[in-house]
Design a protein around this ligand. Sequence first.
Ligand SMILES: Nc1ncnc2c1ncn2[C@@H]1O[C@H](COP(=O)(O)OP(=O)(O)OP(=O)(O)O)[C@@H](O)[C@H]1O
Ligand SMILES: [Mg+2]
Length: 257
Amino acid sequence: MQASSGASAASRTSAVVFEDVHKYFGTFQALDGINLTVRRGERIVVFGPSGSGKSTLIRCVNGLEGFQRGRIMVGEIPVDHGLGTVPLIRRKVGMVFQQFNLFPHLSIVENCTVGLVMTRGMSEQQARERAIEFLVRVRVSDQAHKYPSELSGGQQQRVAIARALCLQPEVLLFDEPTSALDPEMVKEVLDVMEELAESGITMICVTHEMGFARAVADRMVFMDRGRILLDAVPDVIFNNPRTGRLKEFFSHVSGSA
Ligand SMILES: Nc1ncnc2c1ncn2[C@@H]1O[C@H](COP(=O)(O)OP(=O)(O)OP(=O)(O)O)[C@@H](O)[C@H]1O
Ligand SMILES: [Mg+2]
């Protein structure tokens, strides 16, 4: 893009920007003045106590939740239900949920092709080729003909990641992708996420997997009661004197010491 095109330098290097975002559920304030800039290619881990607003924060990015005040930009596009930008935003932003959210009545490969055919106008054949490519990447291509209920949780979550990747998002949101898994399946999903992290895609991950955060995160964002209390590189989070709410939080999270 030319420097004279009018786009600010910040919007060219930023994948997602929150500016003073406030979000209410009725009278309850779930997000209280969020400011956060995620640069392109950055890997951000969001963590904090239950109810602190982590899911709400990332759900606002792809318009699954609205907000009442402030601004969120995905690249150069504002997330704005009123302006009708949400479908455009969802082309750029993929999401992986705690409960996988695969379509139970579709096979694994169909779970991956349906979005490509329905929303991207791809032919069945092309969509299938792309789906298989990504199912290979997350190492579940041997399950392509099965249905979600026939797969383990770890396999289902890897399919959910492949499904998101098929749509070639610029930003991938993860909401506690391993917390519904049996312990022996956590690693297979984290391994896939670590590989993804090396691919250069922008990632915002809500997770309490501190080993993953140490290995992968460029920055860690600690939330409490709808606010960002700390936004720092993992070294600072793990090695600084742990005062106040972070110290209290870490005392409840294993693997963080
Ligand atoms: N649809 C809703 N209606 C009313 N209140 C909600 C709704 N969704 C979330 N909340 C409230 O907003 C606050 C933040 O919720 P959120 O789900 O973002 O927290 P979280 O940090 O993701 O928690 P957890 O770690 O348990 O997933 C909580 O107090 C929650 O009860
Ligand atoms: Mg949550």
